[in-house]
Ligand binder design. Structure first.
Ligand SMILES: CC(C)(COP(=O)(O)OP(=O)(O)OC[C@H]1O[C@@H](n2cnc3c(N)ncnc32)[C@H](O)[C@@H]1OP(=O)(O)O)[C@@H](O)C(=O)NCCC(=O)NCCS
Length: 160
């Protein structure tokens, strides 16, 4: 597995990984890519990729993209679910189902954080439902809950 910077050509794959992130729970009816990209509150995580300030990484295995993690800044008037401030980018991460539980997600998280540090960023935020095991991954990687986005989810921040 290799991890490389995400490029302008990765927009469609990032959209696929956004669909995975939205559909993290197998208990819910799966939302289609069309629906995810048709809803402004989810589409804005990838719309127009790459925008100024966007930064991401893609994991590839056997020549195929298998996961991605990226950061995007949101303005106060169009916040993401994990919004804390306009100068703190929000993380999205997804790994193709067949590749989960093998360390790809943690490697992507560490790689996007390293790129963020190099870019001079100080903080990263995200939103995660507490029942998602990703919540434990984020805690283990130094993210701290700074508030509840909803009764079931936390907004978390990592200071880089
Ligand atoms: C969350 C996600 C990105 C993590 O990537 P991953 O490659 O599966 O995770 P990793 O293999 O790097 O494992 C990270 C930690 O989660 C744990 N983990 C992995 N799969 C797990 C599972 N099915 N159940 C419980 N814990 C699990 C691992 O044990 C690991 O912790 P450890 O190394 O201390 O044991 C990936 O599972 C995914 O895309 N899920 C669906 C989308 C999603 O939830 N995105 C995040 C929305 S906030």
């Amino acid at each position: 597995m290799i991890i490389r910077p995400a490029t302008a050509a990765d927009g469609d794959f990032l959209a696929d990984m956004l669909v995975e992130a939205v559909n993290w729970s197998t208990e819910w009816k799966r939302k289609s890519k069309r629906r995810v990209l048709g809803a402004p509150d989810t589409a804005h995580y990838v719309a127009g990729w790459p925008r100024d300030g966007d930064l991401g990484v893609v994991a590839e295995a056997e020549g195929d993209a298998v996961g991605a993690a990226w950061l995007r800044f949101f303005p106060l008037e169009d916040p993401g679910y994990g919004f804390v401030a306009a100068d703190v980018p929000e993380l999205t991460i997804g790994v193709a189902a067949a590749w989960r539980g093998r360390g790809v997600g943690r490697a992507l998280l560490n790689a996007v954080e390293a790129r963020a540090r190099t870019a001079g960023l100080r903080r990263i935020s995200l939103s995660v439902e507490r029942r998602n095991f990703a919540h434990r991954l984020y805690l283990a990687e130094g993210y701290e809950a700074v508030g509840a986005g909803s009764p079931d989810s936390d907004t978390m921040v990592k200071v880089l």
